[in-house]
Design a protein around this ligand. Structure first.
Ligand SMILES: [Zn+2]
Ligand SMILES: [Zn+2]
Length: 391
């Protein structure tokens, strides 16, 4: 296959998937395409893992070696697409607004290259096409299905609008934050807006909670340690002359440090408990951890950096802390179990208007980043499969 043919197939695959987006755990068509191409390339294919997950396994022809997990996520988002390109979503209310269409296209290209070169490497490749990355626990489902059994290392990438097209971003240690979601219900006592002294105003108390929560990061977390507490939703009240009996707050917690991430819910609840106690309300607090921080292994991040610099040049590889993001990603659940590296390939193109953030209805990515992703992921995989972890 020529480079031009491969690039054409990459773009064609990505656009086809873009036209047919599927929500988490519903990726039947996408999984079918992945399974068919993996089989055609010679992989032994398992389907239906964690619902719609696919794993292709291939043994190298050059003897023993490590087992390497490679990963692409497949799901789209419940967003009504508002882009202007000529391959928009054909499914109402569903859109590939995170770039997972590109991840599947890149993953299949890398899988096919590794199949063509299997005589040159030892060990085993497990290529995971994972469902439901967008907050639905697809990675955990695949881990529970045993996908990490015997795996020595893991690699994956995200196309990333935070970086210009084709720039590779990789850091040692945390690359993406861990995340959790909290729900708070404040219970007061409703009543007449003109008779406030006979009520417990849940709306006012929830407002105090929102303000007091701003101190969790600013006054309990070291200024040198990244963390976020965001209240993203506040609902209370029904009419101008009614004091609200209840109020609901929903928010997200983020941190790079796993211990800190596990401590934040307790600190948030402590603030809410204190404010409610002071002002006469009660509360319910619920927390759900969504993702562990995505923490790169030092050796594997170094392999990705070296290979990326060889392929795109040192001036197009960024390793500074600003590459990191407080966005989260469930590949962190994989990297909690096995050493690995998750890196970014820039997809931003100002001239062509590809500037909208991930999860925007206007999101689009510069497709010329996709061959870079293929080259770097393949090269890093080959380094690992040829014994790079031992050196
Ligand atoms: Zn996303
Ligand atoms: Zn994503």
């Amino acid at each position: 296959m020529t480079v031009a043919d491969e690039t054409e197939l990459l773009v064609r695959t990505r656009r086809d998937l873009h036209r047919h987006p599927e929500l988490g755990f519903q990726e039947h068509r996408t999984a079918g395409i992945a399974a068919e191409r993996l089989r055609a390339a010679g992989y032994k294919v398992q389907t239906g893992l964690a619902g719609t997950g696919v794993v292709g396994t291939l043994h190298g022809g050059a003897g023993t070696g490590p087992t390497l997990l490679l990963r692409a996520d497949m799901d789209a988002l419940p967003i009504h697409e508002q882009t202007t390109h000529d391959f928009p979503s054909g499914t109402e209310g569903v859109m590939h607004a995170c770039g997972h269409d590109a991840h599947v296209a890149i993953g299949l290209a890398v899988a096919e290259r590794l199949a063509r070169s299997r005589g040159e490497w030892g060990g085993t490749v497990k290529y995971m096409f994972q469902p439901a990355e967008e907050g639905l626990g697809g990675a955990v489902g695949m881990i529970d299905a045993g996908v990490l059994d015997g795996v020595d290392a893991a690699l994956g990438l995200h196309v990333w609008l935070g970086l210009p097209s084709g720039i590779v971003g990789v850091v040692q240690g945390p690359q993406m934050a861990g995340a959790g979601e909290f729900h708070v219900t404040i219970h007061g006592r409703g009543g007449h807006g003109a008779i406030p002294h006979e009520t417990v105003d849940a709306l006012m108390i929830a407002s105090q909670c929102v303000v007091a929560l701003q101190t969790v990061v600013s006054r309990t977390v070291s200024p040198l340690e990244p963390a976020v507490v965001t209240v993203g939703s506040f609902h209370a009240g029904t009419a101008h002359n009614v004091i609200a009996a209840t109020a609901e707050l929903v928010g997200t917690l983020r941190a790079f440090d796993p211990t800190l991430l596990d401590e934040l819910p307790g600190r948030v609840e402590g603030v809410i408990a204190g404010v409610c106690a002071a002002l006469g309300a009660t509360y319910d607090f619920q927390y759900r951890k969504e993702a562990t921080p995505t923490v790169n292994d030092r050796r594997l991040a170094e392999i990705v950096r070296v290979e990326a610099e060889r392929i795109v040049g040192a001036e197009r590889v960024r390793t500074d802390p600003d590459v990191r993001t407080m966005a989260a990603e469930d590949f962190g659940d994989v990297l909690e179990q096995v050493p690995g590296c998750y890196f970014f390939v820039g997809g931003r193109n100002e001239e062509r208007g590809m500037i909208h953030p991930h999860h925007s209805a206007h999101f689009d990515l510069c497709e010329s980043c996709m061959p870079v992703g293929v080259d770097v992921l393949e090269a890093a995989a080959l380094r690992v499969l040829k014994g790079g972890l031992a050196s």
